[in-house]
Design a protein around this ligand. Structure first.
Ligand code: ATP
Ligand code: MG
Length: 252
């Protein structure tokens, strides 16, 4: 059965896109059929998958506004060996344009139903906000993966997100669960990071992935080449960590 995961955290710059692109590539490398949906007007997942956001004509924006079928927006990320529904800055207008639509929260869910069986995993890269785009991601997903940096304010932001997930579950998507919390950009020498990490494990137990993503310059460089890190430097700590995460996701 297809598993649909929303990769989300309303906090910006915590590693959502890095996780989306590299988990997609790592799952694809182990033979899984993967679709990545870019749900962020910044379109970083699109660029990071080697697709030029300036030249694409049909995007997730057209799908959400029902101006195009999802199949017509779909492109292959040759670099990542997965399929992509790309985005560009048009998507920033979607929220306002969708406001009077009926069932505006479930547009993505409905669109994905047509292609779902073609994939083992569908990953949704959400924007850094609890807005209508993210709500579409949460309504379409079976579960959420929450990348987070182990900083002081991380735990506070996490309780907002957990409350949002509870509300979405109550009103829109009863099956939605937390798949796991992923510690990103981790520096084990940082005492605060260690403390926050311990608190996370105390509160969330085995919901915290065993795999920890270290801070690694190769992960930051790879999008500049339009490549998942696996095809930029396979031996790097970053590439190895995302392969490990893929194994953990596959064993869930
Ligand atoms: P946004 O909220 O803006 O969508 P995001 O949560 O998607 O951000 P990313 O874009 O994945 O976060 O990461 C933010 C920045 O940190 C990027 O420049 C990325 O290359 C870098 N980065 C992410 N993970 C790592 C890591 N493990 N090591 C080093 N740099 C990283
Ligand atoms: Mg992002």
């Amino acid at each position: 059965m297809t598993k649909i995961l929303a990769i989300t955290n309303q906090k910006g710059g915590v590693g959502k896109t890095t996780t989306s692109v590299n988990l997609a590539a790592s799952l694809a490398a182990s033979g899984r059929r993967v679709l990545l949906v870019d749900l962020d007007p910044q379109a970083n997942a699109t660029m990071g998958s080697g697709i030029n956001k300036q030249t694409i004509k049909v995007t997730i924006y057209h799908v959400l506004l029902k101006q195009a079928q999802l199949q017509h927006a779909r492109v292959a990320s040759v670099q990542g060996k997965y399929d992509l529904i790309p985005a560009n800055r048009d998507l920033a207008g979607a929220e306002v344009e969708m406001v009077d639509f009926e069932q505006r929260e479930t547009r993505l869910k409905t669109a994905l139903e047509k292609v779902e069986q073609e994939y083992d995993y569908i990953l949704i890269d959400c924007p850094p906000a609890l807005n209508l785009l993210t709500l579409n991601g949460l309504c379409a997903a079976h579960a959420v993966m929450i990348p987070m940096q182990c900083e002081y304010y991380a735990l506070e932001g996490l309780s907002d997100l957990v409350n949002t997930i509870k509300r979405v579950r109550a009103h829109f998507n009863p099956v939605l669960k937390i798949e796991g919390l992923l510690r990103t950009m981790f520096d084990p020498r940082n005492i605060l990071a260690q403390q926050v990490s311990e608190q996370l494990q105390k509160h969330f137990g085995d919901k915290v992935y065993r795999t920890v993503i270290p801070r690694n310059v190769r992960l930051a460089e790879a999008p500049g080449f339009g490549l998942p890190v696996l095809y930029h430097d396979e031996q790097s700590k970053g590439a190895q960590a995302y392969l490990e995460l893929a194994k953990e996701v596959l064993s869930a």
